[in-house]
Write a protein that binds this ligand. Structure first.
Ligand code: FRU
Length: 576
């Protein structure tokens, strides 16, 4: 082995990493040789004798007080995610990320995260993103013992979607996150099978006795992304420190007649009026996107009750394959159903994979809508797989800031970001409202200065908020990037529109009609979250072409009468 290093770790420290044989190395070349070893004094305590050509998960826990030496052959091993942690304090201290390169080990403990997050010009500063590799949907959101837990769809070996794990982070305030070890793995090594699938989306459930568990979908090894796969539902009881599953059981295997391979993303609650457990699942019934309702007496043995919602034929006709990530929750004496229609392309605008809500009541295991049509939840569409949870008497939601239209530039160490936390409410017309959670205002650092009225000077790389009130019809807001790129938000022909530098014009990102009365906008290194009319109309876009803003300009029309206008620069939640 060509490199060796002394490590300063305490007894109880656990190492976790994903590794494979360096693609350029042949099996014969490193046959017989060790590629990675840990030595306590002279004793080998952990050794990888040979690596497979596909990624595999490895773990070692140091159970003695002896100092450790790490040895590795850099020509033979490719390490992707690599970290260690002390289970006794990881919730406060987080994991220490490790990188082996050029015979050197770079350790990135929590103190080093701010530099890592701020050095990437593409990295949002107000929002969660994984330290490295790929994330998608938020999962298992919950508030336990005074801490918010975020679990999320995670592919640990590269910044692309692949075999799904659950990443994990905790926060005291919904903004500043501490990275924890990977919580959940696929039930077998899918890389070795050349398959996808694994631990798909799911949610947290607090039972009538206060016990926490997680329900999720396991997609069994899949060889086609669009058909012929099998999805089953599982329940996890976490360890008391919430760091890993203590027990994991299969609870539901087959869908009802008419359903097919799409059968996923459980959300579970306890229905006190019926004294039973209820679960919704995303699926398709005879090809129509649908939400299925299941019931159980004990949380383990589930029976199909009914199709809670079935989409009108229009959606199937325009490509929708199924409902993903259904969310169903009580809010102000009503019930709200939220659904993503994957595959759907809206004929009028070309937007796809839209997220919808409908408000109604839930009686005798039936959802009775109180509004005639679906409400479009985000006209910008980069707000998908929303999941909400109850904490401190509020319904809080996060979503994944992505919709497959545009990608992070190649070479980025990570992909995928989370929205701001949003507080959900209902307006007088029973529309779901979403507003940024108040706590973010504590992160304002100063008011932006104006070069001329309505012309704000931004601080490079810093998140900003603009807040406007009054008669705002026909207003235009232009954000200018450092290299001539811009984005525009405009109220045109009675609708809000948003366009970013990537747009070629084929897709029209526009809202349903509105009289524009107030608008709050957050921009953060390419993430645009727009909240209009007290959160009834929201629009989210992710642009990779403008990461830093130099100026923000308001262009009023004759119809505009601005009564309130404020703009602020924000601190980074990754430490400054
Ligand atoms: C939504 C989704 C879910 C699925 C997960 C897989 O983005 O497709 O339906 O559980 O992502 O990563």
């Amino acid at each position: 082995m060509n490199s060796s290093l002394k490590l300063d770790v305490r007894r109880g420290t656990r190492f976790e990493f994903w590794a494979r044989r360096k693609p350029a190395t042949s099996e014969e070349e490193h046959a017989g040789g060790e590629v990675f070893a840990l030595r306590a004094d002279e004793r080998i305590v952990y050794r990888i004798a040979a690596l497979p050509p596909y990624f595999q998960f490895y773990a070692y826990t140091h159970h003695t007080n002896e100092p450790l030496t790490l040895e590795w052959d850099e020509n033979a091993i490719e390490l992707s995610l690599f970290y260690h942690f002390d289970p006794a304090n990881v919730v406060e201290e987080g994991v220490t990320f490790l990188e082996l390169r050029g015979g050197r080990l770079t350790a990135r403990p929590k103190e080093a995260w701010p530099a890592w997050y701020q050095s990437d010009p593409d990295r949002p500063q107000l929002r969660f993103s994984p330290f490295q590799a790929w994330m998608n949907d938020p999962n298992g959101l919950c508030f336990v013992n005074g801490r918010y837990h975020l679990l999320y769809q995670f592919h640990p070996v590269e910044a692309e979607w692949g075999p799904m794990h659950w990443g994990h982070a905790v926060s005291d305030d919904l903004y500043r996150w501490t990275h924890l070890p990977v919580f959940l793995h696929p039930e077998q090594n899918l890389w070795s099978l050349g398959a996808t699938g694994g631990a798909f989306s799911g949610s947290a459930f607090v039972g009538p006795d206060g016990d926490l568990s997680f329900y999720y979908t396991e997609r069994l090894p899949a060889y086609d992304l669009f058909k012929d796969y099998k999805e089953v539902q599982k329940q996890i009881v976490p360890s008391t420190d919430l760091l890993r599953p203590e027990a994991n059981r299969l609870v539901l295997v087959d869908g009802p007649p008419g359903s097919a391979h799409d059968f996923r993303d459980p959300k579970v609650w306890y229905d006190a009026t019926r004294g039973g457990y209820r679960m919704v699942l995303g699926a398709a019934i005879d090809g129509d996107p649908a939400v299925l309702l299941y019931g159980s007496k004990d949380g383990a043995d589930w029976k199909f009750l009914s199709v809670l919602y079935r989409a009108p034929e229009h959606f199937r006709r325009h490509g929708a394959r199924c409902v993903e990530c259904p969310d169903f929750f009580g809010l102000e004496d009503r019930f709200v159903l939220v659904m993503g229609f994957v595959g759907y392309t809206e004929p009028e605008t070309g937007r796809h994979n839209l997220l919808y809500a409908q408000v109604g009541t839930f009686e005798d295991d039936r959802f009775l809508p109180l509004t005639p049509t679906l409400q479009e939840l985000d006209f910008g569409t980069d707000f998908y797989a929303m999941q909400s949870f109850r904490a401190k008497e509020r319904q809080i939601a996060f979503a994944w800031l992505f919709n497959w239209e545009f990608r992070k530039p190649a070479g980025s160490p990570y992909s995928g970001e989370l929205s701001l936390p949003r507080v959900l409410g209902l307006d007088a017309q029973l529309r779901l409202t979403m507003l940024p959670e108040e706590g973010c205002r504590a992160l304002r650092s100063r008011a932006l200065t104006q070069a001329a009225p309505g012309h704000f000077i931004c601080e490079p790389g810093k998140p900003i908020e603009l807040s406007l009130g009054g008669a705002l019809n026909e207003i235009r807001i232009v954000g200018r990037g450092g290299d001539g790129e811009s984005f525009t938000i405009a109220h045109v022909l009675g609708r809000l529109q948003v366009s970013v530098a990537e747009d070629a014009g084929e897709i029209e990102y526009r809202s349903t009609p509105l009289e524009l009365k107030n608008l709050t906008l957050f921009f953060d290194r390419g993430v645009l979250e727009i909240f209009a009319n007290d959160g009834v109309i929201c629009g989210t876009r992710r642009t990779y072409k403008i990461t830093t803003l130099t100026a923000l300009e308001l262009v009023p029309s004759k119809a505009t009468d601005i009564e309130f206008c404020g703009a602020w620069c924000y601190l980074s939640v990754w430490g400054d």
